[in-house]
Structures are given as C-alpha cells and as structure tokens.
Design a protein around this ligand. Structure first.
Ligand SMILES: Nc1ncnc2c1ncn2[C@@H]1O[C@H](COP(=O)(O)OP(=O)(O)OP(=O)(O)O)[C@@H](O)[C@H]1O
Ligand SMILES: [Mg+2]
Length: 252
C-alpha cells in the first residue's frame, strides 16, 4: 500500500446473516484524504460494512480496494490484506480502551506488538499524539478517570498511533453530550487534515455531518442507494433526517 491518503473502493460487497441479506452488493467510493459520512436507518448494515472493511467481519462476496491495493476479492481476504490491515484504524461508539492499562500503555501496546516499535519511540509518539488530542496531561491516567469525551479522544489517539491511512469511525459521538461531541469532532478534523487521512464516519447526527463530512453515502435496502458531495446531499435535510431515523425495513 502506498503512503499518504488512500482512496477506498467497494464493489458488490455482500453479507447475509443466516438467510437474512444484510448487504446486497454495496458499491461505493470514498475519496482519498476526505471525510465520507455513511448514513442510513438503524439496522441498514452500516456497522457491518465498516467491520468488513476493517477485517472484523467476513463478507460473502465483493471487492474492497484500499489505496489501489485489493484487500478483499470475491469475499476472500487477499495476500495483501495483512500488510494493509495495520494501516486501518477503527474507533467505536463504546470506548474500547483496556481498563487495566494506563493511557500511555493503551496507546503504545499495538505499535510495539504489531509494528515492533521500540518502547522509547512508542512512548515519544504517544506523547505527541496525546498533545494533538489535547490530553497530554492524562498520559499516566487510568481510563476510569477520564470523561466519556476524553476516552473517545484517547481511542482516536490510539488508532492514530498505528499511522493509519484509513480511519473508520462508528457512532463515535453518540454517547457524548453536544460539547464533548463538538470537541471530538474538532480533534478528528484536525488530525484528518494534518495527516491527510481518509475517514469513513457512521453517524446519525446531521449537524456533525454538516460540519465535518465532504461526501455522503446513503445505505438503504442493502445497497449504497445514493451518494454525492455534502452540500448537495444535505439540500433536503428534513427528508434526510427522516430517512436516517426511520427503522430499516431491510433489503427488499
Ligand atoms: N453478528 C450478527 N449476527 C446476526 N445478525 C447480525 C449480526 N450483526 C449484525 N446483525 C444484523 O445485521 C443488521 C445490520 O446491523 P448493523 O449493526 O450493521 O446495522 P447499523 O446500520 O449499524 O444499525 P445502527 O444504526 O442501529 O447501528 C441488523 O439487523 C443486525 O441485527
Ligand atoms: Mg451501527
């Protein structure tokens, strides 16, 4: 995989759980170095799609290409997948920090184990990245001492430690109040801009989308039903809000 921002291309990504089709062939492109919001009703398969791109869930069929490298082909991980996987970061709705490790250890564990980064280098990088998310003073804190917004900023910092080209964010603000969500968004945008990250953002928060997203993809009925630049897609925000707050009736 090349360095720098990576465009992501999804082609015919398909997933069933039992006999229920969840994704019926999602075909969509995420531009390199941009924030793309994935919007859709609850249950429409947004998290499933992110998890497939992150390698946490298997697909039944389809192709995923990241930065010109095909990492999933006909539903199978390719030989390039292991190399590509370490350049994908994911942040979830619920803080997934290890509670028994302090913030520094949370940040340095994966770079040390998975990238073989020496301890001193990993610690130095942890301080730099914590500075960027405004939490340098919490280097040695336990996650239990942090607020929800601070934990999410540490979760983003932990993903950034792996120097990702692609950051996948699943409902990262939904457990936060407006102020903490706004701070998190500022941090995400700053990092995305400085590092020219490609970001996929799943959210139900249209204010968040209006502030942060460059592109929008609508997931509905198991496919990417529509996509386009943010302003064009937000022009009928009332209809969009109804759409994303509707219950998914699933693929038809
Ligand atoms: N491991 C699983 N086993 C069986 N069904 C699953 C599994 N994971 C997800 N599903 C089902 O797949 C469908 C899509 O789930 P998914 O979590 O991807 O939706 P979503 O769009 O992220 O919804 P939300 O907006 O509520 O987070 C749902 O009906 C869900 O119940
Ligand atoms: Mg979800």
């Amino acid at each position: 995989m090349n360095t720098g921002a990576a465009a992501v291309s999804l082609h015919g990504v398909t997933k069933r759980y039992g006999d229920r089709p969840i994704l019926r062939g999602v075909t969509a492109d995420l531009s390199a170095g941009e924030i793309t919001a994935l919007l859709g009703p609850s249950g429409s398969g947004k998290s499933t799609l992110l998890r497939i791109v992150a390698g946490l869930t298997d697909a039944d069929a389809g192709q995923v290409t990241i930065g010109g490298t095909t990492v999933l082909d006909d539903g199978e991980r390719t030989a390039e997948w292991p190399g590509a996987a370490s350049r994908i970061g994911m942040v979830f709705q619920n803080y997934t920090l290890w509670p028994h490790l302090d913030v520094r250890a949370n940040l340095t564990l994966a770079p040390r184990k998975r990238l073989g980064m020496p301890r001193d280098e990993a610690s130095g990088l942890a301080e730099t990245v914590l500075d960027q998310v405004g939490l340098r003073h919490h280097l040695l804190s336990s996650p239990s001492r942090l607020s929800g917004g601070e934990r999410q900023r540490v979760a983003i910092a932990r993903a950034i430690m792996m120097r990702p080209q692609l950051l996948l964010c699943d409902e990262i603000t939904s457990a936060l109040d407006r102020r903490a969500a706004g701070q998190l968004l500022d941090v995400l945008q700053g990092l995305q801009h400085d590092r020219r990250l490609t970001v996929a953002l799943v959210t139900h928060d249209l204010d968040f989308v209006a502030r942060a997203a460059d592109q929008i993809i609508l997931i509905d009925g198991g496919v990417a039903a529509d996509s386009g630049p943010r302003d064009a897609m937000l022009s009928d925000s009332i209809a969009l809000s109804r759409f994303i707050h509707a219950e998914s009736c699933g693929p038809t």
